[in-house]
Design a protein around this ligand. Structure first.
Ligand code: GCW
Length: 717
């Protein structure tokens, strides 16, 4: 009996120790395995001097202790004053001794308020490492970056880092509902336990803030853009306030979604007309009420007159009227309004891809200073691949922020391993040509192209209350990578993958090299087995899980996959060229020309811009039909390759995460085949052609694939 109990207890503790690994994200702080590196760290870190005593500085000190204890298995002495050499000095500028401050002056000149310095200095002939910034939060960022250097086993001998975020607002958008369901969420329920707030502070909130701070995320929108006005009621604001209090020392501001009809729904007004004095007043009072509780409240995110959400157009007003009215209400408190440009209308027969530009571009220069327009990366909707949104670069007098989707609504939910920073990078690097060559999307976003002061990147969160936060262990990399790119939109996705793997799993090159390649290739794999050559939005209805190219019976034409692929016996693809919907004309002339011409249009975007015949010759000499079929097969093969790579990774990772990823890759392989077979069987009805050699024969019929139904697919509200 006793021994059984012992075995049970042993199993229990070892299980929880393993489970914690998943929970710890990229902050594993694994013991430094390499003896000479560990020695270098110990030699250079004899003592720690912490200056200041704010909550943020206390957190910073705790983080260092945790990091050192786990990585070096001891904590250097915490000194109350600077003595001896090889100390780590931590503090914001105003807390530094005046000589050091002077010495660092030129470095301080290079950074902004959130930027940090990590520098090896010689002070009174003694070598020290200093981590400083102009604010305490900047110091926290510096410390996380320093710990990352150690986690990735970099040398800390001669450091000279001066790094500032290139965007102001680096923010997660949670599509979390008040009942804790998460729209397009695949990692469990919402983190926010509204029922137990404000009195019960879940440890999760603290760990969430810490993880975000470690990658420089400084804002969070707690609620779904398909908004519920109740969040603005006092009984909810009290809960929001409690969360804001937890997040504040981590440099994270809280934002809420504002339901445009809230003045009617909770304010008992008869209208929500943004020009109505009572409505204006209602929002002013509401803003004052919120700021009374949360003095650093960030502001509002608004989805208006989009997919049935109320908005200014319900009252014959426009987006500018609505956004400016709300922005006026938060302006006295330095709040902002993020107004989404994700609009398309069932009353507009125009190509959906053209509608947001058509509606928003003419508003350029009309929004007041504290409004920023939030634009999705592509003109349709978070597809595995889309050309960049034509609004980027086309509104020189309006700050535009990027909206990426980290949650994988159209990319296999939390089942498929897809490394999204590769997708994000492709968008950010795209040249809009709006101010000549080199006018990249990144430059629009960081404000350098048009000298905007207000800049930002939003990511629709993939976080839920699953033990590992994101459902798929590798989906943690997408949260991580989003944060890193929001901080620096010019970072390379390979660098991000490298950092993440080292921090999350292992520094062993035999592991890093193949697994990094697997991550990098995973994005193209999903494009290949779902929507190759520019196909888009052919996912099944509503939940968007699995293929549904045949769906054609939805009430709004642009909700139907058949609207997007336009397959017929002549060919396939959406003609957005000059002879089609002329969506190409929304791009700068240089890009319009490239996209318009079949010869120059990148093949990866071919069927996005052109309807081409089944016999059209691709660059590799294959017919479109054969090329398409082979791309689907390639996607399946790539997943098989990912499985091979992962199977060899077993000795470098803990058994629990190893098995999770292994099982998920097996599912991904099955689903990739499902995509290939269902799409090819469906398109074959139009092409009337045999599958080329090299493409596996489907084992099921088209009717079978069409019969598959998923009434309870997650994330669908
Ligand atoms: O992609 C679509 C999603 C909706 C979402 C909408 C949006 C929050 O299917 O679930 O609603 O985009 O971005 O507003």
């Amino acid at each position: 009996m006793t021994s059984l109990r012992f075995v049970f207890l042993f199993l229990l503790t070892s299980f929880s120790a393993l489970a914690q690994k998943d929970y710890k994200l990229w902050l594993q702080y694994s013991t430094v395995a390499n003896a000479s590196i560990s020695k270098e760290y110990k030699d250079n870190l004899k003592g720690i001097v912490v200056l200041g005593n704010s909550e943020t500085i206390k957190i910073t000190q705790k983080e260092l202790k945790t990091g050192f204890l786990e990585m070096l298995e001891n904590v250097p002495e915490i000194k109350s004053e600077l003595k001896g050499e090889n100390n780590l000095i931590i503090g914001s500028r105003s807390n530094l001794n005046s000589e050091i401050r002077k010495e660092l002056q030129s470095d301080f000149d290079k950074i902004n308020d959130e930027g940090f310095l990590i520098k090896t200095i010689s002070f009174k002939n003694k070598k020290q490492i200093i981590i400083a910034g102009k604010t305490d939060v900047a110091v926290l960022y510096g410390v996380f970056n320093f710990l990352r250097l150690m986690q990735t086993n970099k040398s800390i001998q001669n450091l000279h880092v001066a790094d500032s975020p290139k965007t102001n607002i680096r923010i997660l958008n949670h599509w979390d509902n008040l009942d804790r369901t998460v729209e397009r969420g695949y990692a469990g329920f919402s983190l926010w336990n509204w029922q137990k707030l404000p009195d019960f502070i879940d440890q999760r909130y603290i760990d969430y803030a810490r993880a975000n701070a470690s990658i420089g995320i400084n804002g969070t929108v707690l609620t779904n853009v398909n908004a519920n006005a109740l969040i603005l009621m006092p009984q909810y604001l009290e809960k929001v306030e409690a969360l804001a209090n937890v997040f504040r020392p981590y440099g994270i501001k809280v934002y809420l979604t504002a339901r445009f009809s809230a003045p009617i729904e909770i304010g008992k007004l008869r209208t929500a007309d943004p020009k109505d004095p009572e409505v204006i007043n209602w929002w002013k009072n509401k803003a004052a009420e919120i700021y009374q509780r949360i003095p650093d409240f960030g502001g509002f995110l608004v989805k208006a007159n989009s997919e049935g959400q109320p908005g200014p157009q319900n009252y014959g007003r426009d987006h500018v009227d609505g956004a400016n009215m709300l922005a006026d209400a938060v302006a006295p408190f330095k709040g902002i309004v993020m107004w989404r440009a994700f609009v398309y209308s069932e009353h507009d027969a125009n190509d959906r891809a053209k509608q947001a530009y058509a509606e928003f571009q003419p508003y350029d220069g009309k929004f007041i200073e504290n409004v920023i327009v939030q634009v999705k990366n592509g003109a349709i909707d978070f597809q595995p691949r889309e050309p960049f949104h034509p609004l980027f670069g086309a509104m020189p007098k309006t700050p535009l922020m990027m909206e990426f989707q980290i949650t994988q609504e159209y990319l296999g939910f939390s089942t498929h391993l897809v490394f999204l920073p590769k997708l994000f990078q492709e968008v950010l690097e795209s040249d809009t040509y709006q101010k000549g060559k080199g006018s990249t999307v990144a430059k629009v976003i960081d404000g350098t192209l048009y000298q905007n002061k207000l800049t930002g990147i939003a990511g629709v969160s993939n976080i839920g209350n699953d033990l590992n936060w994101t459902g798929h262990p590798f989906a943690q990399a997408n949260w991580y990578g989003f944060g890193r790119l929001a901080w620096n939109p010019y970072l390379d996705s390979e660098t991000i993958a490298d950092e993440w793997l080292r921090c999350t799993f292992s520094n062993d090159e035999h592991f890093i090299k193949p697994v990094k390649k697997m991550m990098i290739d995973s994005r193209e794999a999903v494009v290949n087995y779902m929507t190759p050559l520019g196909l888009h939005h052919i996912m099944d209805t509503g939940h968007h899980y699995g293929p549904g190219p045949w769906v054609s019976d939805l009430s709004r034409p642009e909700w139907n996959p058949t609207y997007y692929h336009k397959a017929d016996k002549n060919g396939i693809g959406f003609d957005r060229s000059k002879s089609g919907t002329n969506a190409v004309s929304q791009y700068a002339p240089e890009m319009a020309k490239v996209f318009n011409n079949l010869e120059t249009c990148p093949e990866k975007d071919l069927l996005w811009f052109h309807h081409v015949s089944w016999d059209y010759k691709l660059k590799n000499g294959k017919t479109l039909w054969n090329g398409l079929a082979l791309k689907y097969q390639e996607g399946v093969n790539q997943v098989a390759e990912m499985q091979k790579v992962w199977n060899k990774a077993e000795k470098y990772v803990d058994i629990e995460r190893f098995n999770e990823v292994k099982m998920l890759l097996e599912m991904q392989q099955k689903e990739a085949k499902w995509w290939r077979d269902a799409c090819l069987l469906y398109f074959q009805q139009f092409s009337g052609k045999e599958l080329p050699s090299g493409v596996e024969k489907p084992t099921e019929t088209l009717e079978y694939f069409k019969s598959l139904k998923f009434p309870f697919a997650p994330g669908n509200g």
